[in-house]
Design a protein around this ligand. Structure first.
Ligand SMILES: Nc1ncnc2c1ncn2[C@@H]1O[C@H](COP(=O)(O)OP(=O)(O)O)[C@@H](O)[C@H]1O
Ligand SMILES: [Mg+2]
Length: 294
């Protein structure tokens, strides 16, 4: 797999002395969707900001496409690395949504006609056409994130970083965000997504990085991560419910392959075994497991 970006023995100490990252190494690949999870304050945002040069390494190196980020300006990095902030208000500054998208397109150096075409295309892609004249700052927080994302998408970056993109999104919003990540990964981009939404992570991430106290404590597939209770506890993370059930059943002697961890299969297993496990479920409704005691 082609490497897009790398952190090597990266540490970061904020002015004032807080050590937010210590000795973090990781590699981001083309076409990968990598999620970063971990408690508040574990260092996720600090880590991600090193990839577009917003923060500089105190120790160690950060490379994007084999170039050392610390030697480049943030504006130069924007061509390769798109960053959508946890709080999008920090990155929206145009007087209307259309201009916000158009601004992103500057990088591509298109002529006037193509700029108009591409702006319209991106606005359509993100269902923003009817908001074209709205002032971005007056939109709700979920919509602001979509506008910020559309502006960054327009720049066509090789690495897209999304810091908590699902906050403020309803279920259809989350799904379309996930589909967008998949689409961009198929186009050869690399996606780094920070999220507290474990269902979202388990559905869309190909690889998951778990952080605690400024360190990476495990990297693996969603199955490998969410079935590792020691790591979940250490990072204070609740796995998606379906993994919590599978972990519980395994502990009580049921043999379940990782590939079998889905609600339908677990419901079937439990009903076939006619309640082998005490207090494990309440009801089976339309194939969905309703779980109460654990
Ligand atoms: N600008 C800052 N100045 C000083 N300390 C900071 C700053 N930003 C974050 N921190 C501290 O660095 C640590 C990691 O924070 P952060 O990267 O924001 O974590 P996360 O994104 O996982 O919630 C926390 O202890 C936080 O308080
Ligand atoms: Mg954060």
């Amino acid at each position: 797999m082609e490497i897009i970006a790398k952190a090597e023995h990266l540490s970061h100490v904020y002015p004032g002395g807080i050590k937010a990252l210590s000795d973090v190494s990781l590699t981001l690949y083309r076409q990968d969707i990598t999620a970063v999870i971990g408690q508040n304050g574990s260092g996720k945002t600090t880590l991600s900001k090193h990839f577009n040069g917003l923060l500089k390494a105190t120790e160690g190196n950060v490379l994007v496409k084999d170039q050392n980020v610390s030697k480049k300006k943030v504006s130069e990095m924007a061509k390769d690395v798109g960053y959508v902030f946890q709080n999008p208000s920090y990155q929206l500054f145009c007087s209307n949504v259309r201009d916000e998208i158009k601004f992103g397109l500057k990088n591509l150096k298109l002529n006037k006609k193509d700029t108009v075409l591409k702006t319209n295309e991106v606005m359509k892609r993100f269902h923003l056409t009817r908001y074209a004249k709205n002032q971005p700052m007056t939109l709700g927080s979920g919509m602001k994130k979509i506008v910020a994302l559309a502006g960054v998408y327009a720049m066509n970056p090789s690495l897209l970083i999304l810091d908590e993109p699902t906050t403020g999104q309803d279920q259809p919003g989350k799904s379309s965000l996930g589909e967008l990540m998949r689409e961009m990964s198929m186009q050869g981009k690399s996606i780094l997504v920070i999220s507290h939404d474990m269902n979202f992570v388990s559905e869309y991430a190909k690889r998951v990085i778990v952080m605690a106290n400024g360190k990476i404590i495990k990297t693996g597939t969603p199955d490998q991560i969410f079935t590792d209770e020691r790591i979940m506890n250490k990072a204070h993370i609740q796995p998606p419910q379906v993994y919590a059930i599978a972990n519980y059943l395994r502990k009580n002697g049921m043999i379940i392959q990782n590939s079998e961890i889905n609600a339908d299969h677990l419901a079937q297993l439990i009903s076939e075994r006619s309640v082998a496990v005490d207090g494990c479920y309440d009801t089976l409704q339309t194939g969905k497991l309703v779980f109460s005691q654990m």
